[in-house]
Every structure is written in structure tokens, then in C-alpha cells.
Design a protein around this ligand. Structure first.
Ligand SMILES: O=C(O)c1ccccc1N[C@@H]1O[C@H](COP(=O)(O)O)[C@@H](O)[C@H]1O
Length: 211
């Protein structure tokens, strides 16, 4: 199971979580988010994350020019598009050499047909809970809604995941599911990750499957 830890904005927590070697570390570039990090982390602090970890910039309805400029400045290898970005923008960012993750908000149902235009242009999808904010709402959706997923793009599960879900997530078998995204459920304050809780989750998810 791939693990992304998102919303890094505290230098000490960044170092502690990076030392745990998650697959992805996420940095929020949406100014309205309490996890917005450009005011507290310098590009060099992001660039020094080990190259074995994908550095993911999380954007909400930013232009391609802005995303590419931030990617260059902070040394991002991947982008998570968490707004209403079009398939053409995913294509542009992929062609620029970035790994593209498109997030979709899940309410009481998922319209998989609406995702079809994104299929050729995304490396991963990410399913998050619909809420008042574009992301980081800290709420879990009904994962059973993904049982009918049949598209060829692998996805990460997001939305309110916390340590209490560890056993259920480790045993979860859903078509297309390849990873999880840890965010507000692993914080002591917005953007300050609790490396101890992240370590416990990584251990639970990386244990060999028993079934
Ligand atoms: O975390 C944020 O503040 C945020 C802001 C804008 C876009 C995305 C954001 N976070 C993403 O939201 C999901 C779910 O987070 P949570 O577990 O519910 O807190 C996750 O993919 C984050 O990357």
C-alpha cells in the first residue's frame, strides 16, 4: 500500500516524517488552506527531502503556469489537482514531466463516467470526502462506493483517515486501490504532523497481508 502524508508545513515534523520514508509527501499551495506552506517553508527546505520520496504540490484551481513555476521553484515531481481542473490541464502538466494525481470529491455517490476524460492524462486518481473546503475536511466517506470502480487509473483513498482506521485499511480490498493519503487525522495542529502516529500507521499498512 502506497502512503502519502500531506499538508507538511512544519520544519521539524517534515524532517521526522521524511525519515519514515513515506512514498509521497504533500505540500499545500492553496492559500486558503490552514496547511498552506509557502509562508513558512522555503523552497530549499522542500528540495532537501530525499529524492526517494515523491514531493507532491497540492493545488486548487491554479493555472498551469503557476503550477509549473511552483514545481520548478520547490523541486516538485508530482502534482495533486484538488479543484475543478480540466483533463486538458492534467495533460499539459503530464507533458511537462510531472506525475499527475487528480482528486475527486465523493458525496453519496460516485459518477465514474465523469472521470473517463481524465483517464489518459492521470497517473493516479484520489478520492476524498466532499465537504465545505476543497480538501482537508477530516471526514470519511463510504468506501463501499468504490467497489464498482473499473477504470484503469490506480487511486489513493483520502478523507479523514486516522490511526483508528489502520486495521480496516490494511485489510481493505477495493478495485484500483493502491494507497492512502494521511492528513488532518495525523496532526497536533494544522500542518504539524505527529510522526509517531504516522509511524504506527505505516507499520500497520506495510505489514504483509495475511489473507
Ligand atoms: O489539507 C488541506 O488543507 C487541503 C486544502 C486544499 C486541498 C486539499 C487539501 N488536503 C487534501 O485533502 C484530502 C483529505 O484530507 P483529510 O484527511 O480529510 O484532512 C487529502 O488528500 C489532502 O491531500
Amino acid at each position: 500500500m502506497l502512503v502519502k502524508v500531506c499538508g507538511m508545513r512544519d520544519e521539524a515534523a517534515l524532517a521526522a516524517v521524511a525519515a519514515l520514508a513515506p512514498d509521497f509527501l504533500g505540500f499545500i499551495f492553496a492559500p486558503a488552506s490552514p496547511r498552506y506552506m509557502e509562508d513558512v517553508l522555503a523552497p530549499e527546505q522542500v528540495q532537501q527531502v530525499p529524492t526517494s520520496i515523491w514531493k507532491v504540490g497540492v493545488f486548487v484551481n491554479a493555472t498551469t503556469e503557476t503550477v509549473l513555476a511552483k514545481a520548478r521553484q520547490f523541486g516538485l515531481g508530482a502534482v495533486q489537482l484538488h479543484g475543478h481542473e480540466a483533463p486538458a490541464q492534467c495533460e499539459e502538466l503530464g507533458e511537462a514531466g510531472l506525475l499527475v494525481m487528480k482528486a475527486f470529491s465523493v458525496g453519496s455517490a460516485v459518477d465514474f463516467a465523469a472521470l473517463l476524460p481524465y483517464v489518459p492524462f492521470c497517473d493516479f486518481f484520489l478520492f476524498d470526502t466532499k465537504g465545505a473546503a476543497p480538501g482537508g475536511n477530516g471526514a470519511v466517506f463510504d468506501w463501499a462506493l468504490l467497489e464498482r470502480y473499473d477504470l484503469p487509473v490506480p487511486y489513493l483513498l483520502a478523507g479523514g483517515l486516522a490511526l483508528e482506521h489502520a486495521a480496516e485499511l490494511a485489510a481493505l480490498r477495493l478495485p484500483g486501490l493502491v494507497g492512502v493519503d494521511l492528513n488532518s487525522g495525523f496532526e497536533t495542529a494544522p500542518g504539524v504532523k505527529d510522526a509517531h502516529r504516522v509511524a504506527q500507521m505505516l507499520q500497520a499498512l506495510r505489514l504483509p497481508a495475511t489473507t
